[in-house]
Design a protein. Structure first.
Length: 173
């Protein structure tokens, strides 16, 4: 397959997950309508990993983004779900089974000089005693949901908390 065919394959998987996402933020529909099947920037994916008690979330401290959910770029030909799982392992050493339904979808820029791109968030629950292996210069840590953390995506704090509350209420599709 060509590079463009692989990118379209990834976008097709992302569009399928957009329709299934629990929550859409940032006017995703307008972004999709404008970009269509040829986004300039790569897709993104991350994982909101909670402890079994739904009182903590696993975050990584990015050098300039602050504390963020483990995640990154979807490689051409990769599904966003597979990218999220891969990035989680690369950034924390944690392997997790992601819930079937994506937690959310948003449109954001991952770099101040780049346009906004589509990003899917998935969720998982893991044992908080699992050893964490952060990337060099990017430590991973459990953060209590009742505390605040510095992030270049401040809206993620409330989005992650709301998803934990939804899970605590029995939501797990």
């Amino acid at each position: 397959m060509s590079f463009e065919e692989l990118r379209r394959q990834s976008l097709g998987a992302a569009l399928g997950d957009i329709r299934r996402a629990r929550v859409a933020f940032d006017d995703v529909a307008a972004w999709v309508a404008v970009v269509g099947d040829s986004p300039e920037d790569p897709l993104g994916a991350d994982v909101w990993v909670f402890d079994a008690g739904l009182s903590q979330v696993l975050l990584v401290q990015h050098p300039w983004r602050g504390w963020v959910a483990p995640g990154g770029q979807v490689e051409p030909g990769e599904t966003p779900r597979d990218a999220a799982r891969r990035e989680l392992f690369e950034e924390t050493g944690v392997e997790a089974e992601l819930f079937d339904q994506p937690a959310g979808v948003n449109v954001r820029s991952y770099h101040p000089e780049r346009p906004a791109s589509l990003s899917l968030s998935y969720a998982a629950i893991v044992d908080s005693a699992v050893p964490l292996v952060g990337e060099p210069g990017q430590p991973a840590a459990w953060m209590k949901l009742d505390q605040s953390w510095e992030s270049c995506f401040p809206e993620d704090v409330s989005r992650i908390r709301q998803h934990a509350e939804w899970l605590a209420g029995g939501g797990r599709m």
